[in-house]
Design a protein. Sequence first.
Length: 83
Amino acid sequence: MPANHELLARITARPDVFGGKPIIRDMRISVEMILSLMTQGVSSEAILDDYPDLEPDDIRACTAYAHAVISGDTLAAVSVGEP
């Protein structure tokens, strides 16, 4: 399993996509939506089935991102792309 910094590298943010909210691998799939689905009890397998472009490490990256935010870690691994 990749280290947290490798997982966090999967999370990006672009001002022109969802107002700069964190997204997965520069796709139009937000970390917020994946975390919301998970809190509703949707399994990782079901999320991956519904979003075939996602990979298991993308789901782990969302939880790593949430952990980094609440633990106060720096988010230097999250890149901000230009439009």
